[in-house]
Design a protein around this ligand. Structure first.
Ligand SMILES: Nc1ncnc2c1ncn2[C@@H]1O[C@H](COP(=O)(O)OP(=O)(O)OP(=O)(O)O)[C@@H](O)[C@H]1O
Length: 714
């Protein structure tokens, strides 16, 4: 196991290096999955069997208790029917092969034959009942497990979503729901095979004590080969899951509308296709490796089975020759051995499948536990009713760093569950080489922000720029006040920590050090849901929901009943009336081009809807991060007017903008640099001070006042 990291390193393709900066493999198992792998041994598998059966039963009962009872009863009945049928065969054979007169023999065998026919009928009816109930049960089990997965995933802290290890668990656990569904079928089959095996083993033991060990020896090779292959598939799946996602990402980039213009203008398609092929070929090589190993294991197992079969029949022959066994008993033994071997084979395979599925359900269960540990805490202290001030006291915050070689999710790239089963299916049949299949995202870890270059002639010595590879906090010992009911602007160059600060304010992250006090109540101890109730946020990269315009606004407070008055007022407040009026179906227009009837908005139009969404939320603190980046000059003025008006109504506005002209109306400006607070004051005070703010302001102002060079006469 210790060898794997080198193996992984040597297999990395140029595409992975170029596009993703390194090998996209998880160093599986030797960390959190080690237990799961070790549990793939035969003994562990059998000792875990009751637990596995119990967990699928629990899920099934949760999903549909009636259907579960029906499946159980039908499968138990079928197992018993098989046992009865074997006993009847044994009885009929015994009667047919012994006795003087054939008519007499047939007559005495008749009741056993009638029992066999009746059992077949009952068995067929039970099979139909089981098929019906399983068909009803399986999708429900998958739904219940998926809902739990989504619910838990949506409730974790933002930091968990951005955490590499947690994201990996999210990635792998998504297949657990599909596995939970499969476990129902395998679970019932295991019960069924176990009952018929007990019957066959009982019959064999009665016939001759030597036959049972022979039966076991004949089945061991297939058990071994199934186990070894399952172990390899699971291990490979875990190692390659991120690689598969990245391949899928390349595929979807080639078809997604957002990338389409650039792909065409810059001619990116051949480049992406080339790397898609290269990554697919790397994945194919892994599938080929698995198939090669599976074939080799299969051959060894077949040779072993052949020898065991030979030994079995040789033993039977020897017993016959030695006169230790009657011919009729030998005949029954052959049938019982064949039935028993088939049952044992099926049982071993089904237990193995059940176990393999249980490993994926195990991932899901691990996710449930991890998600509960990293869930946004419920409850907490209430916040003051009408706080006067929010105070950051010596707040330091660093983003969690990704230790792995491959990329984790990009910042803010919330995990979206994939189409269940797509990536994993590639590993279910090692004979089928998979190509990369579509994924919803990948990304790279955030690059360190380059040091800002001092403006020429500014005369100011900038704070020393941190070297990119040395971790520095995104916020470093920040102490500042946000007086409520005012307009507060946060200013600073790219990467200075403005967005991080408002994310902490909104309770999306908690400080590593220091406190955020709402009139003396520490936000870390406050009820986070009540805190979020007070916040309305237009983030820099706010979500453009692929739903109707109406939902895009109302999603600001989705728990509240949707009212036309509130909708109209919010749209008016954001100055988005013209945007809505231009839509072909007004508020009911679908804002997703990739659906039929879908419509696309311009960046500025989206921005207005984003502001309408925040207005619809009616939070007492409105955070607007670059609200006018995509707006034209007139629209920008208008939006700032609207924002100012909101503050006039008592709402607090925390504004992040690079347009310093718009900051003129702020009551208070905080200036950040490399995560530190460097200046605070009113815009006038800061201009007069001649510091960072004044410098940035004059830089922008100069752009408008600078004379254009005179045109040279031709
Ligand atoms: N989700 C994240 N994970 C890791 N690092 C992050 C994340 N978001 C931001 N950072 C890093 O934190 C630092 C501060 O980023 P932040 O987004 O707060 O800056 P900003 O002042 O809002 O920048 P801009 O003006 O470009 O929006 C940067 O170095 C950035 O790379």
């Amino acid at each position: 196991m210790g060898k794997r990291p080198e193996a992984v390193e040597s297999a990395v393709s140029d595409s992975e290096r170029l596009l993703f900066g390194g090998p996209l493999r998880y160093d599986t198992g030797w960390s959190e999955h080690a237990d799961a792998f070790l549990q793939l041994g035969f003994r562990a598998m059998t000792t875990r069997l009751p637990g596995m059966l119990a967990s699928s039963l629990r899920l099934a009962r949760q999903a549909d208790a009636r259907a579960t009872r029906l499946v159980l009863a039908a499968e138990l009945g079928r197992g018993l029917a098989q046992a009865v049928s074997l006993l009847a065969v044994n009885d009929a054979l015994g009667k047919l092969l012994t006795g003087p007169d054939i008519t007499q023999r047939l007559r005495s065998a008749a009741p056993a034959l009638v029992v066999m026919a009746a059992v077949m009928l009952v068995s067929a009816l039970l099979r139909a009942a089981s098929t019906y109930a399983t068909g009803r049960l399986e999708p429900k089990v998958e739904r219940v497990a998926t809902e739990l997965y989504l619910e838990r995933a949506a409730n974790v802290e933002l930091a968990a979503i951005e955490d590499h290890a947690f994201h990996k668990l999210l990635d792998t656990a998504q297949y657990g729901a599909r596995s939970a569904r499969h476990m129902i079928g395998y679970g019932t089959r295991v019960i069924n095979s176990m009952i018929s095996l007990v019957a066959a083993a009982g019959v064999l033991t009665v016939l001759h004590p030597a036959l049972l060990p022979l039966l076991v020896t004949m089945t061991l090779p297939s058990a071994w080969s199934a186990l070894v292959n399952a172990r390899r598939r699971y291990e490979s799946f875990h190692t390659w899951v991120q690689h598969a996602r990245a391949g899928q990402l390349l595929g979807s980039l080639l078809t997604e509308p957002a990338a389409a213009p650039e792909i065409r203008v810059h001619g990116v398609a051949p480049f992406l296709l080339r790397h898609f092929r290269s990554m697919a070929e790397t994945a194919e090589a892994e599938q080929a490796r698995l198939s090669r190993l599976a074939a080799r294991t299969g051959l060894i197992a077949a040779a072993w089975t052949g020898l065991a079969t030979l030994a079995t029949y040789a033993t039977l022959g020897a017993l016959l020759l030695a006169g230790a066994m009657a011919l009729s008993v030998a005949g029954t033994s052959v049938i019982a051995i064949r039935t028993g071997a088939a049952s044992l084979d099926a049982l071993v395979l089904d237990i193995n499948e059940l176990h393999e599925e249980a490993l994926f359900v195990g991932d899901l269960e691990r996710l449930y536990v991890a998600a509960a540990e990293r869930a946004i805490p419920a409850g907490g202290e209430p916040l003051p009713e009408n706080p006067q001030e929010i105070r950051f006291e010596n707040v330091t915050f660093s983003y969690p760093r990704d230790p792995g070689p491959g990329p984790g999710p990009g910042p803010g790239e919330a995990h979206e569950p994939h189409e269940a089963g797509e990536t994993r299916e590639a590993y279910e049949t090692p004979e089928t080489p998979p190509g990369p299949t579509p994924a919803h995202g990948s990304g790279s870890a955030p690059a360190p922000t380059p040091a800002p270059v001092p403006p020429p002639g500014s005369g100011r010595t900038p704070a020393p720029a941190p070297t990119p590879d040395i971790a520095r906090p995104a916020l470093d010992d920040v102490t500042l006040a946000l007086p409520l009911g005012r307009i507060i602007a946060l200013v600073g160059e790219n990467g200075s920590g403005k967005t991080t600060l408002v994310k902490l304010l909104a309770g999306l992250y908690t400080p590593d050090r220091g406190r955020i006090l709402w009139d003396g109540v520490d936000a870390a101890r406050a009820d986070r849901r009540l805190l979020a109730e007070r916040i309305a946020m237009v983030a820099q990269d706010f979500k453009r929901w692929p739903f109707t315009a109406r939902v895009n606004v109302a999603v600001g407070r989705s728990a509240a009943p949707m009212t036309e008055e509130r909708m109209a007022a919010s749209i008016a407040e954001a100055g988005a009336d013209a945007v809505v009026a231009d839509l072909p179906r007004g508020l009911d227009t679908l804002l997703a081009r990739n659906f039929s009837g879908g419509h696309e908005l311009s960046g500025g139009q989206w921005q207005r809807l984003g502001i309408a969404r925040a207005a619809y939320r009616r939070g007492s603190i409105l955070i607007v991060d670059e609200p006018t980046a995509a707006l034209d000059a007139r629209a920008e003025l208008e939006v700032f007017e609207k924002i100012r008006a909101l503050a006039g109504k008592g709402q607090t506005v925390v504004l992040i903008t690079h347009r310093l002209a718009s900051v003129r109306h702020a009551d208070l400006v905080h200036v950040l640099e490399h995560g530190r607070l460097v200046e605070s004051g009113t815009p006038e005070e800061l201009l007069a001070r001649g510091g960072v703010y004044a410098e940035l302001y004059s830089l922008q102002a100069e752009q408008f006042t600078a004379r254009l060079p005179a045109q040279k006469p031709v």
